[in-house]
Design a protein around this ligand. Structure first.
Ligand SMILES: [Zn+2]
Length: 99
């Protein structure tokens, strides 16, 4: 490839490269100890952004709140008041003694 061909090729690449930047989301005031990178599609990301906007939250805050609620449901027993006997003080779901 001659220098002129290389130059033309590089210009073509530069012209076709999308240098536009996504609009920056509203500043997130959440914890900054670590970050999680979530792979998804532009369509799903846009849905998350719209859902967060409905609740007036940044997308980060919204995702954090949704996942925290789900994790709490999965990891912590809410000790539903279903008892085998009226005097039972043991949670039938997780087995924890409540009194
Ligand atoms: Zn329980």
């Amino acid at each position: 490839m001659s220098d002129s061909n290389l130059e033309a090729a590089m210009k073509a690449v530069a012209d076709s490269t999308d240098l536009s930047v996504r609009p920056i989301e509203k500043e997130d005031e959440g914890p900054t100890n670590t970050s999680v990178l979530i792979r998804t599609t532009d369509e799903v990301r846009e849905r998350w952004r719209q859902a967060a906007a409905v609740e007036g939250k940044t997308m980060s805050a919204w995702i954090r709140d949704v996942l925290n609620a789900k994790a709490k449901t999965l990891l912590e027993c809410e000790h539903p008041s279903v008892r085998r006997y009226p005097w039972s003080v043991t949670c039938l779901k997780c087995g924890q003694r409540l009194q």
